[in-house]
Design a protein. Sequence first.
Length: 206
Amino acid sequence: MMRVTVLRRVASVFGIIGLFLICARGQAAGQQPTPSPTPQHFTAFAINMGTAFGVPRTGQSQTVDIVINRWSTQAERQGLIDAFLPKGDADKLLKALQKTRPVGHIQFPNTLGYDLHYAREVPGEDGGRRILIATDRRIGFREASEQPRTMDYPFTLIEMRLNKDNEGEGKMSVATKISLSKDKQQLELENYGSEPVRLNNIHKIK
């Protein structure tokens, strides 16, 4: 099985991409657990621990709303895997992700928010669960025209770890590069910021 390499400036929590793209055990159609009903609306405090986009500078925080209107299908998941493997083509993965029907949206205060394109949940212990989210990082007109180095980090990745009461914590990387190692045996994730954004006090809005 392909391993996930943790690079410098990369949070190990985003080994979730190993689940997102690679780990297939227990994922056959007949083995899928019944998904939670949608829509699901979560709120959290986002604390910027590095230089990531979308939240204030290091140490500052603000609220964030994450809404999931549907879960990604197994066919959508497989389509993303096929786009990325076997060559580790991040551009094809990005295009495939952008073509999928939105699964929900994420919004910070005083912003319009933007679409999420992938969301799956994984059962956890004691009735809890992990929610894995991926999308293309929104790129503004100025960034697209100036072509800074951040254009090479086009993915947003989110992981939320929730208990049975739908409360918990998570992490979010809003400028991430996904690639394969030279030997094609390891998945490498690099975060443009020194650390991902922490998501504290997550809770589900009923």
